[in-house]
Design a protein around this ligand. Sequence first.
Ligand code: AMP
Length: 304
Amino acid sequence: MSILVVGSVALDSVKTPFGKVDSVLGGSGTYFSTAASFFTDVRLVAVVGEDFPAEHLDFLRSRNIDLSGVVAAPGKTFRWEGEYGYDLNEAHTLDTQLNVFGSFQPDIPDNYRDAKVVFLANIDPELQLQVLEQVAHPELVACDTMNFWISGKRDALLKTLKRVDTLLINEAEARQLAEEANLVKAAQKIISWGPKRLVVKRGEYGSLLFSEHSTFAAPAYPLESVFDPTGAGDTFAGGFLGFLAATGNLSERSIRQAIIFGSVMASFTVENFSLERLRQLEYIEIEERFRRFKLLTEFAGLDN
Ligand code: AMP
């Protein structure tokens, strides 16, 4: 199955303790689509401005991503500027310029409206809802968001969540959204608002999957070189949903495997700035890291 995604396509300026880049390719929709494209067909809905370099669109096309839902509008592209200290788990937003996203009204192309798998990447929750309303009968809807929208558009976000199966957010966002310090209680509260599952991303500490009746914990892949965590969350979602859409299997076993594919994709993204590592990535490396992940967490029970 293919995936329909709405999200930001951006020009990012990022500073980490290991270097700095200016106006490079970024955006939640970009990172998600690129990661998911290793597993299945992706149809992207987004808007870019007149200043958006054509070579970035060529790159997305080269990944076989369908761009018929990407509109070029008068004005400037969405821009995000962020900084990380030595604690790479926390991004500090220095500036967000919505630009063309401020007035974007997504109009889903006819050939997208039958999408069965939908990803609402981090973007204004009102846009997320507008996209969802144009999709006929989605079978799996997953969603991401961030502090910017949790505090700025809470009501719209809660409305979107009612129609979401799986919410993927980071630890601080889960606490902020639920207004609850304890993560287990926060997860239960969020699940009571609509989503069947909550995936909590914890940066270098891995991730947790909560559903009504089970909890699953996955580590993060121990990496020697982490340069830039930007996009880790979106590529996690791309690996997670890409794998589920490719297999069409939503069993608990498959969802746990998808969490590991998400972790694998995030682990590659952080090895370089922007999408540089993903540009070089081969599918065989994804499989190899998936296998190493299994070894990482394998241990004997008490009775064998
Ligand atoms: P993450 O995976 O959470 O590190 O996402 C990083 C990407 O999110 C960056 O490439 C930004 O362009 C994008 N981004 C940052 N803030 C926002 C926002 N408020 N809305 C949509 N996208 C954003």
